[in-house]
Structures are given as C-alpha cells and as structure tokens.
Design a protein around this ligand. Structure first.
Ligand code: PLP
Length: 470
C-alpha cells in the first residue's frame, strides 16, 4: 500500500488533501489567514532565513494553496508547484525566476494573444526581448536562440489556432542550447498530456480553464520537473549569490529545489501575485472531476466537429488532434460570424474556455484584438475564425443551437452566402475527403478531436504535429 503509485483519477481527488489532522475535516479547510504565529523568535528567524520550511505570510505560502500546488505537481509529474493569481502571472513568474534586464527568450508564435502582448510589450519594457517563431519551424527556433536566451516557450495546443507542439522535439532543441523548455499546458490539461513526461522543464497553466472547469476562478500555476541543471552557467539568478535573499546561492542551498525556492521566496514574494485560499479551494474541487470532465468535453467536441463538417454553411473546421477547443470558419466571413454568434442561445459569448458551459468567441475582435494583422496570421487566426469551447451540456442541445444560428446567420447576410454554399456543397463538404479550407494552414486531414486515442488513453505518446506552417 505504502509504495503504490496511485492512478491519475485517484490523485486528482486525493493528492495534497489528507483528512485534516486537527479537526478530521475530510475536505481541505480554507485557511483564510494573512499570517501565521511563530512558536518562538528562533523559529521565526529560521523561517526567514529559509533554514526551515513553514508558513510565514500568505503572500508567500498558505496551507490551502499548498494543497492545490501539491495536487498539481502530482498530476503533472513534477517536483513541485507554485500557484499564482492568474495564468499570466504564472508565466511572468517563470520569466522573472530565470531572466532579467538584457536577457532574451524564444517563444512559439502560435500562442494566446495575451501572452504575445506580455512577452512582446511588457517584457520588452523591462529589458527582456522575445523572438517568436512557428512552433514547428525547428530551424527558425534554433536560429533564434542566442547566448543570452533563458528559455523556450510553447503551448501544447495553441490558443486558438490549435497548432500542436511536439514537446519532445522542442525539449531536445532547448536542452542542446542549455536552456529549459516551458510549456503552457492549459488547453490539454494534465489529463490529456503531461509535458514533463516528454522533456519539458516547467509547465504553466491558466488554471482559470479546465483546472477550475466551472468558470469560477482566475488562477495560474507553474510546475517544475526538478531535472534541469540550473548550475550550467546560464542562470546567474539561481547560481550566484542573491542580494534579494541574504546572498544565498539557490542552486547550492536548495539543489533540485533551486528554481522553486527562488520562484517563491523572491519572485512571488516581491511581485505579490499569489493565489487566494478561496480560489485554491475552488480549484481543488474542480480538479476532483478533471478526468471525467475532460473525457466528456472531448466526446461532445467530436460530435460537434462532425456536425459542423457536414454543414454547407461551414467553410472550414480546424480541430486539433486533441482537446475540445477548436475553430471553424463560416461562409460570409466576419459579418456572418457576427450574426452567428448573436443568434446563439445556449452557447455563451465570452472570453474564456474550458468551462462546463459551452462557449463561443470571435478571437480576431476580442482575445487577439491587440495583435496586428501580421501577428494574427502568425498566430493562425483568420479574420472569420470562430472559436468554440465545447461544454458538457447534452450534445443534441448544443447542435440544435448551432444549427439554428447557422441558418439565422445565412439568412441575415446579404451576400447570399447560403445559396452559394449549397451550390458549392460538393466542394466544401468536409466529410468527403476535404478536411478543411486551405485558409488556416494548421488544418489537417481527417482532423478529429481525439476522442478515442488521446483521451481514453491519456498522454500515451505525444500529440501529433499539425502539418504546415502559419
Ligand atoms: N495561456 C493560455 C493558453 C490562455 O488561453 C490564457 C487565457 O486565456 C492564459 C494563458 C492566461 O491565463 P489567465 O487569463 O488565467 O491569466
């Protein structure tokens, strides 16, 4: 029993939350406290010197948040985790743990628009430059890495393009250059894919999405593998005396915990972007059902992809080989897309994904609206793209709503898009060999949402790469 390796679903329910030793409470208590009483002045000094581990102040750590961190580390097969107030804060936490003014990072360009802005605008203002490259253009990625590059960043499933990262290949490139691979695993969740098993060094999540699962929390988390050699000479913030913490050398003092200790004791402490205990508690609750939710999300998504492919009003469907978030293009372009979204009743029009509720958005005018036309194309977002995040309602109801909205959108557009669509039906029918319109170059033949292979046997093998470049 002691040595048993518990399965993923068991850990999603139990990891980090044994019964409360004081009260017997079976559910993890919400420790809604700002600070913790010291047993003595000696103990207080020990804690502040990082010579013993314990809670000091909830900006740095909190028992409810620690339970969430432990569960995430377990599910991602990492050494440890640090929770943050949002996904963007978690990413920034990784960058600031490794990089400073004068440094550089390389990132996939097939990523969330907010991350592009964080890297290209905010980090640049802080003196950290970013070079973007297509997630599958390995020559471009290699060429972008410079002596001052501190990390390679990619999303497992790009938001919203669906471009899949070959994590094994990216890890190899990063490690050859002596830098870590950081993977945003938000769209896959550890249920569908675990990047650390494929060579990633740090995983980040917008916990706001599938980890929460119910659209109740903004949260983020980083998980570190504990395997990267931070003392390789490229990371002075970890391997040289830190004036931010009594001139400690994190690699010497904490060994494999160097990254996690600096991330918490210096970066989280100084940036103050900690997760609240209440949010951690909601995320612990969400994680308990992650395995069953992901299976159901993917099953519904597969049926919706098939429905859309069969419809003449739909010009293309770009569904990645795993997950339940994907894009499609409607005939009649931006205008028809607007009418379509306005006509939906059950699908919620909002800027989030990974909820039990089905969600829809037009990325070019919302989540990715800060991007230039060029950046949009690079991110794999055509102007007419509509992004769906398939929820857990009865799929027949979801299809009923989509069907109505498609008809209303076609009737509302003056271009006669529907008539044209019906005339062209034989050409655009996606279930007759043409898997998608050539526009978004990330489309792939026979695209499905991976119901059978990727979810029912989670994380066996890595995600197949999407053909073509954006
Ligand atoms: N990463 C991805 C893939 C996202 O989709 C998002 C938000 O949509 C983020 C990171 C940022 O997360 P948050 O909104 O929790 O800051």
């Amino acid at each position: 029993m002691q040595d048993r390796q518990f399965g993923f679903s068991t850990r999603a329910i139990h990891a980090g939350t044994p019964p409360d030793p004081v009260t017997g409470s079976r559910v993890a208590p919400i420790y809604q406290t700002a600070a913790y009483v010291f047993g003595s002045t000696e103990q207080a000094a020990e804690l502040f010197q990082l010579r013993s581990y314990g809670h000091i102040y909830s900006r740095i750590s909190n028992p409810t948040v620690a339970a969430f961190e432990e569960r995430m580390a377990s599910l991602e097969n990492g050494l440890g985790a640090i929770a943050f107030s949002s996904g963007l804060a978690a990413q920034l936490g990784v960058v600031l743990t490794l990089a400073q003014n004068g440094d550089h990072i390389v990132s996939s360009q097939n990523i969330y628009g907010g991350t592009v802005t964080q890297f290209s605008i905010t980090l640049r203002r802080m003196g950290i430059e970013t070079t973007f490259a297509p997630v599958d253009d390995y020559d471009a990625i290699r060429a972008a890495i410079k002596p001052n590059t501190k990390m390679l960043f990619a999303e497992t499933i790009g938001n919203p393009s669906g471009a899949l990262a070959d994590v094994d290949a990216l890890a190899q490139i990063a490690h050859e250059a002596g830098i870590p691979l950081i993977v945003d695993n938000t769209f896959a969740s550890p249920m569908l894919f675990r990047p650390i098993d494929h060579g990633a060094d740090v995983v980040v999540h917008s916990a706001t999405k599938f980890i929460s699962g119910h659209g109740t929390v903004i949260g983020g988390v980083l998980i570190e593998s504990g395997k990267f050699p931070w003392e390789n000479g490229k990371f002075p913030l970890l391997s040289q005396p830190s004036p931010g913490y009594h001139n400690k050398v994190f690699t010497e003092t904490f060994g494999e915990y160097a990254f996690l200790m600096r991330g918490r004791a210096e970066v989280l402490r100084d940036v103050g972007s900690q997760m609240s205990p209440m949010d951690a508690w909601l995320l612990l609750l969400g994680l308990e059902t992650l395995p069953v939710r992901m299976k159901a999300h993917v099953e519904n998504a597969g049926k919706i992809v098939e429905f859309l492919k069969s419809r003449p009003e739909v010009e293309w469907v770009n569904a990645p080989a795993m997950g339940s978030i994907f894009m499609f293009g409607i005939r009649g372009g931006r205008d028809a897309g607007r009418h379509f979204i306005d006509a939906l009743e059950l699908w919620s029009h909002l800027a989030n994904v990974g909820d039990t509720k089905s969600l829809v958005i037009h990325p070019a005018s919302t989540t990715h609206s800060q991007l230039s036309d060029d950046e949009l194309v690079k991110a794999g977002v055509a102007p007419e793209s509509i992004r769906l995040s398939v929820g857990l309602e009865d799929v027949d109801d979801l299809i009923w709503d989509l069907d109505n909205a498609l008809r209303i959108a076609m009737a509302s557009t003056s271009s006669g898009a529907l008539r044209q669509a019906q005339d062209d039906k034989a050409v655009v029918r996606l279930d007759k060999g043409e898997s998608c319109h050539p526009k978004p170059a990330t489309c792939q033949d026979g695209a499905s949402v991976g119901v059978d292979q990727d979810v029912l046997k989670p994380t066996e093998g890595r995600p197949s790469r999407v053909e073509g470049k954006v």
